[in-house]
Design a protein around this ligand. Structure first.
Ligand code: BG6
Length: 597
């Protein structure tokens, strides 16, 4: 269990705990990383063959030993772990308090275990039925795993909104929030659907049913994850490894799609079922959060440039509650590395209910968004463990570009020559990224120079603007330094007030039709003593006398510049955070996949 929790630690790492069934129920939990829990149980009795564990990303109640999961019942005979938010927890808690239940934590979750206990006692039912009944009374989202001293050989689970996977091993059964911890034990998994509960028992039985007690046949899938992909493989950090995997990741996202074995180009089998909707779309909408939202801004630019069809990018968390205008011939892309981000999932469901065609662009195979979408494409970046997204970002962009080129080809929206020139350049992108990785040492020097800055500004134009936003996000989420991204020309309408000799300004200036404009912005910064870190195309000397530091990247067509522009910014955030002693793989307060609102 400890080993399994380690594979899940990227999903939340502020406290952890386990409950072990062995004659009695033993619960050990500690604030902090899993390593703290390990230290805490040293020398304690952990002998057991049935148990549940949890690593937390706090929603209700600060990280503490008390608020850590598992939570136990009044009689200390039932333990429960939870991923999600119980929206009606106060109402349920007040009801339970009236029948004598005492609560020790500030969490919403503790209510669930007291509710299960109350139902078992009052209705005299078994654990599975009590969890089903409790699930019927709980509002909100949940993945629960529950054990009870009175039924020592089973674990009961339930799911609504938050992900849950069951692993079927040789003589052992597992449950987990995602498949990564299961990969080393089995390739046979069952993704629990919304509104399903299940019990796994020590004699290998798996019982899946709906919360209204309808029996279900488990839909067993085969896991395709290499263990090595879940390890650091000699790198110091997952983020560093994942940056160096970007050439291979983009290559894998293009394989069999840009050029298919039968000599065809732009073969996107995953979309065929909805090809008509895709080709007749009057509008495209991208729904996403975080880094996926920045990738979608690039997608929008590519779609509008190649297809001349209106394309919008929406923050999923805003879209889901704004009563959006949805047309039947809208095609909506739900873009998510994890495929489990609650806001993106809910926004997808709003668009789907509105009659739009949903295309999922996800990295995690079998994830909920991938299963909820009508059709979709996996980004094939491989497991991304570093909380700050890097390789998934570039494969999201390459996957969106494939879709745009596919539609442009099918609808003859670009000339044959241009199309083939684009395809040829696209096929060279992995090599260009490989070239760009060589900036690492140069960026490390720059990072050392500016690591104590209090603020940073990132400026870009055209395809560079979303990359400026992404660069600023990377620095924020990893180093905790306040940083903002802006369209370069927009600087003079406000942010220019921030500029003085203490403000480093990263200026993205690849050779292109806006180079002159970006140069004049840099002049304006220089005139106000700002420190300029310019990212320019190899051999371009126009910034020689203006910039304080220059980072050179290989030349590409403008439409492919995001792939090379983002690399130095990922390294800058990585090296500044390292030199400030931050945990680059697990930055404070973040989680790899936020499955709660
Ligand atoms: C955040 C992650 O929690 O969610 C970011 O820390 C990520 O890296 C964002 O970009 C969106 O996640 P996803 O999985 O929907 O792309």
């Amino acid at each position: 269990m400890i080993d399994g929790l380690r594979y899940l630690e990227y999903r939340g790492y502020d406290s952890a705990g386990v409950a072990l069934l062995n004659g009695g129920l033993k619960v050990y939990k500690r604030v902090g990383r899993i390593s703290e829990l390990e230290k805490f149980v040293e020398g304690k009795d952990t002998d057991a063959t049935v148990g549940i564990g949890h690593t937390r990303w706090a929603t209700h109640g600060a990280p503490s030993d008390i608020n850590a999961h598992p939570h136990v019942s009044e009689g200390n005979d039932i333990a429960l772990v939870h991923n999600g938010i119980i929206e009606n927890y106060e109402e349920l808690r007040n009801i339970l308090k009236k029948s004598g239940h005492i609560f020790v934590s500030e969490t919403d979750t503790e209510v669930a275990v007291h509710l299960v206990e109350d139902i078992m006692k009052k209705d005299g039912v078994k654990l599975l039925d009590a969890v089903r009944e409790a699930a019927l009374r709980i509002k909100g989202t949940y993945a629960f795993a529950v054990v009870s001293k009175s039924e020592p050989g089973i674990i009961v689970v339930a799911r609504k909104g938050s992900p849950l996977v069951i692993g079927i091993g040789e003589g052992e059964l597992f449950v987990a929030s995602d498949p990564y911890p299961l990969a080393k034990h089995t390739k046979k998994v069952v993704y629990l659907e919304d509104g399903e509960v299940a019990s796994i028992s020590i004699d290998g039985k798996l019982d899946v049913r709906t919360i209204t007690n309808e029996l279900k046949t488990p839909n067993i899938k085969t896991l395709d994850i290499e263990i090595a992909a879940l390890e650091k493989s000699g790198y110091d950090h997952f983020m560093q490894k994942e940056i160096y995997e970007e050439p291979r990741a983009v290559e894998d996202s293009l394989r069999g799609r840009l050029y298919s074995v039968d000599g065809n180009v732009l073969n996107l089998g995953g979309l065929m079922e909805k090809e008509n909707e895709l080709l007749n779309a009057k509008r495209f909408i991208f729904l996403a959060c975080g880094t996926s939202w920045h990738a979608s801004l690039i997608g929008k630019r590519v779609f509008e440039e190649l297809l001349r069809i209106p394309t919008e990018v929406e923050y999923a968390s805003e879209f889901r509650y704004k009563n959006p205008i949805i047309y039947k011939d809208d095609v909506v892309f739900a873009v998510s590395q994890s495929g489990e981000t609650a806001d993106t999932l809910a926004a997808l469901q709003v668009a789907k209910a509105g009659g739009a065609t949903i295309v999922g662009i996800c990295n995690v195979v079998g994830s909920t968004i991938a299963r909820e979408a009508h059709v979709g494409l996996y980004t094939h970046a491989g497991p991304e463990i570093g909380v700050a997204s890097t390789k998934a970002f570039v494969t999201q962009i390459s996957t969106m570009m494939l879709v745009a080129l596919h539609i442009a080809q099918q609808k003859k929206l670009v000339s044959e020559d241009r199309l083939h020139a684009l395809i040829k350049d696209f096929s060279e992108v992995p090599e260009k990224i490989k070239e760009t990785l060589k900036v690492a040492e140069r960026v490390k020097e720059v990072a050392e120079k500016y690591k104590n800055a209090k603020d940073f500004l990132y400026l870009g134009r055209g395809y560079g603007f979303p990359i400026a936003l992404e660069g600023a996000l990377k620095l924020k989420e990893l180093s905790y330094i306040h940083s903002e991204g802006y369209p370069a020309a927009e600087m003079k309408h406000g942010p220019i007030a921030l500029i003085d000799e203490n403000l480093p300004v990263v200026v993205l200036a690849p050779r292109g039709h806006l180079s002159e404009k970006i140069l004049s912005t840099a002049e304006e910064i220089k005139a106000r003593k700002g420190k300029i870190i310019a990212v320019v195309t190899e051999g371009d000397t126009s910034f020689k006398d203006i910039a304080d530091d220059i980072i050179e990247i290989p030349a590409t067509e403008e439409i492919f510049s995001p792939f090379t522009l983002v690399i130095p910014l990922q390294f800058l955030a990585y090296y500044i955070s390292l030199s400030l002693g931050r945990d680059v793989d697990k930055p404070r307060n973040l989680a790899k996949s936020v499955t709660v609102e």
